[in-house]
Each structure stands twice: as structure tokens, then as C-alpha cells.
Write a protein that binds this ligand. Structure first.
Ligand SMILES: [Zn+2]
Length: 404
């Protein structure tokens, strides 16, 4: 995997190359960033960059020397390469995740009773995951290996395995790299690694890739050089949806706008983009108008099962309808007409007739607040229950049944 394969993050890629070429790289890094921003992919591309034979060939830093902690920053005479070559034998192995000096650690689940699992037990599944779901989160990964309700873990046995691997001499590259994905899963067992991270074997690099700083062991955290991985820019998500997923431009733009810099979420939304939310919206409004508590709770239960991405899509489509209704109220038109949104215009027209401007604006505000809280992992059942009650108060002064 090369930097060029990775969505966005242009500045960070550049910064990583500079850190290395100016010899400012610590021996233990923490790539920290939110879900779906590609931190794991970046760590892997960076590892490939570091082992690439062409990069090593033009580096001003003697490859066999200690790569880290030089007394003075070294300035390369030659312009550094800003990506691995993708062709040399080292790159080819790294691209298949089988380079002998790039090791991976990740959470695992028990395979055999009474035996603590290690990452190597799941090497094949891991490579498949990297191939198909590198923007996925730990939930996706643990489901891939059949965890169901089992908690994932990075075991003490795995920690000893890491110590063993990292103490070996490197095989082919001038140094060896360990990429640990989700150090959040280390528990207290992670303290076994303290000495290794504090006094690392010569020419070794640790890259920890984490989503939640607060869940890391403070003792380990304090020993890491922090590399913040920002959320993806909507424009980068949009471009990638078009290029890699063949998504039409308008749809890509609309998904990118609400994906909150999270490519995992963008892909989920794309998968459900054709879902029609109007029946959901109509039945919700009708249950609110009729004030049938039982039906409302049933609706909330159904929505709860949809999952976060689809709940956001539902709220977004509802919000679009309300915004359309507001436009009709103000300017008399719903906006540029096309056949695709004819049905929406019709429903928006109904909403416009039933509510005054103040009500429409209040509904819009509630929907957009709800989206905000869903993004931040609010409890869906509580959120939609509260929203149902709020909408009831906003709209009941004009009661109406929308369905045919
Ligand atoms: Zn190469």
C-alpha cells in the first residue's frame, strides 16, 4: 500500500516523509484519530515507505545506522521521495502484507479453550480484512473473526510474542516495524511492553494506531510520539466515492457532506443510499399526529435496529424535506425540479401546507440536533423517543394525517 492509495491526508503524508528524512522520527509513534479516517492505512503505507529499497537508496541517513534520535536534524542533499516506489521487492512484499520486517498486532478472540490467542492465529483473516475493509473499525474486525459477543483482547501471550519478534535481527530491511492496531485492547497486560518501548532494540519502530487516547495505558501513552490523524475532508471522501466506488457526483457530494470525515460511514451510507425513507417519515408523523403511544414506541424500536448510519440517512432525508418545504413557503418553489425529486416535492408541499414557518424551522432544528447527537453515539432509543415527544409539541397545534 502506497501513500497514493490512501484517501486524502495530503499534509500528513508529507509530514511523515519529512519526519523521517529530517531524522526527527521517534522510535514509538502513536497514530491517533477518529474511526474511518484511514490511520491504519497510513501506518501501513508509511511502513512500506520506510522499507522501500528505492527510498533507502537515496536516503541521506546511512541505512545501517540507528535511524532515530540523531543529535541534529539531518537535511537530505537529494530531494526525498514522497512515496514508496511500489515496485521493488520490499514494496511488493509490503503490499501483500508479508514483508518479514513488518509485523502486525491486533485484537483477537479465543480460538481454543484455555489457550490465549495471538495475532498470528488470525493472519489470513487479517490480510483479508486489510484488503477489503481497511477503513473498518474494531467491531468490523471482531465480527470478521466471529467474535459475536466475545470481547477482543491483545493478550499477554501476544505481548511476549511481540518482545520476541522485535528482539530478532531484521531480515531484509535496515530495521523492523511493529504496527499495533487498537492498543486500546491491551488492558493491563500492555505493561509487559513498557520496557521494550522505553528501551527499544536497535533499529526498531513501533507504530500504535488508536482511536481513543483515553483508553490507552497512561504508562505507554507517555512514551509515544503523537501523530494526529485528522478527519477526512468531505472533498476527499467525495472524490474517492466517485473514483473507487463509481458513485455519481451528486450522490457522492451528499454522502461526503454528512459522513463527518469518516470513510467507513460514507461506505455504509453508500450501501444504503437507495433506501427509501419516506414511508418511515410518513408513519412517524402519523403516529405523532394520532398521538398513539404504542405505535410511536414500536416505530422507535424499529429505528433503533437500523444502526447509526441509516438513522442519520433517515434524519437527513427528513431534514431535506423540511428544508424544501421552507423554500416553498418563502419563494413559492421547491428548487430546481427533476424527476428524481418529484415525489419529495409532493411530500414537501404537503408539509408546507400543514405547518407554519416557525414550526418548520423548529422541526429542522430538532432534526439537525438529533443528527449531531447520533454522530456522537447517543443512545438511539432515548434520542428518538425524546425527538418524538418534541415533534409532538411542535406540530400538534395543527393535526393532520399525511398518508393517503
Ligand atoms: Zn519500493
Amino acid at each position: 500500500m502506497q501513500f497514493r492509495d490512501i484517501i486524502g491526508q495530503k499534509d500528513l503524508k508529507h509530514q511523515l516523509v519529512q519526519l523521517y528524512n529530517q531524522n526527527r522520527l521517534g522510535h514509538a509513534l502513536l497514530f491517533l484519530g477518529k474511526e474511518g479516517n484511514g490511520a491504519l492505512a497510513l501506518a501501513i503505507a508509511f511502513a512500506q515507505y520506510l522499507v522501500c529499497e528505492k527510498v533507502q537508496g537515496i536516503s541521506s541517513i546511512p541505512p545501517a545506522a540507528l535511524l532515530f534520535d540523531a543529535p541534529e536534524p539531518v537535511t537530505a542533499d537529494v530531494e526525498p521521495m514522497f512515496d514508496s516506489c511500489g515496485e521493488c521487492p520490499a514494496c511488493q512484499k509490503a503490499a501483500k502484507w508479508i514483508h518479514p520486517d513488518i509485523h502486525f498486532t491486533y485484537p483477537t478472540i479465543t480460538k481454543k479453550p484455555n489457550e490465549k490467542p495471538i495475532a498470528a492465529d488470525y493472519a489470513t483473516e487479517w490480510r483479508n480484512f486489510l484488503k477489503t475493509d481497511i477503513y473498518g473499525n474494531s467491531f468490523d474486525w471482531l465480527q470478521t473473526i466471529g467474535a459475536e459477543n466475545q470481547q477482543g483482547n491483545i493478550t499477554s501471550r501476544e505481548c511476549h510474542e511481540i518482545i520476541r519478534k522485535m528482539s530478532l535481527k531484521s531480515f531484509e530491511a535496515p530495521f523492523k516495524i511493529l504496527i499495533m492496531w487498537m492498543p486500546e485492547y491491551l488492558d493491563r497486560e500492555g505493561n509487559i511492553l513498557l520496557k521494550l518501548i522505553e528501551e527499544p532494540p536497535a533499529n526498531s519502530l513501533f507504530i500504535l494506531v488508536s482511536e481513543q487516547e483515553s483508553k490507552l495505558l497512561p504508562t505507554i501513552l507517555s512514551r509515544l510520539q503523537l501523530i494526529k490523524v485528522p478527519r477526512l475532508k468531505p472533498i476527499d471522501i467525495e472524490a474517492s466515492l466517485e473514483l473507487k466506488e463509481g458513485c455519481p457526483p451528486t450522490e457522492a457530494a451528499s454522502i461526503a457532506a454528512i459522513a463527518d470525515g469518516n470513510y467507513r460511514e460514507a461506505l455504509h451510507m453508500l450501501k444504503h443510499a437507495d433506501d427509501d425513507w419516506e414511508p418511515w417519515i410518513k408513519s412517524w408523523l402519523n403516529d405523532i399526529f394520532r398521538n398513539t403511544r404504542e405505535a410511536q414506541m414500536k416505530w422507535v424500536d424499529e429505528v433503533q435496529k437500523l444502526g447509526r448510519e441509516r438513522q442519520k440517512l433517515l434524519l437527513k432525508q427528513f431534514l431535506q424535506l423540511i428544508e424544501m418545504a421552507i423554500r416553498v413557503k418563502i419563494s413559492g418553489t421547491a428548487g430546481p425540479a427533476n424527476t428524481e425529486n418529484e415525489l419529495k416535492v409532493e411530500l414537501a408541499g404537503k408539509l408546507e401546507k400543514k405547518f407554519d414557518a416557525g414550526q418548520l424551522e423548529a422541526i429542522a432544528r430538532e432534526l439537525s440536533d438529533a443528527s449531531y447527537y447520533i454522530e456522537r453515539n447517543a443512545n438511539a432509543k432515548m434520542l428518538f423517543t425524546a425527538l418524538t415527544i418534541k415533534l409532538y409539541y411542535i406540530i400538534t397545534n395543527k393535526s393532520v394525517i399525511l398518508a393517503n
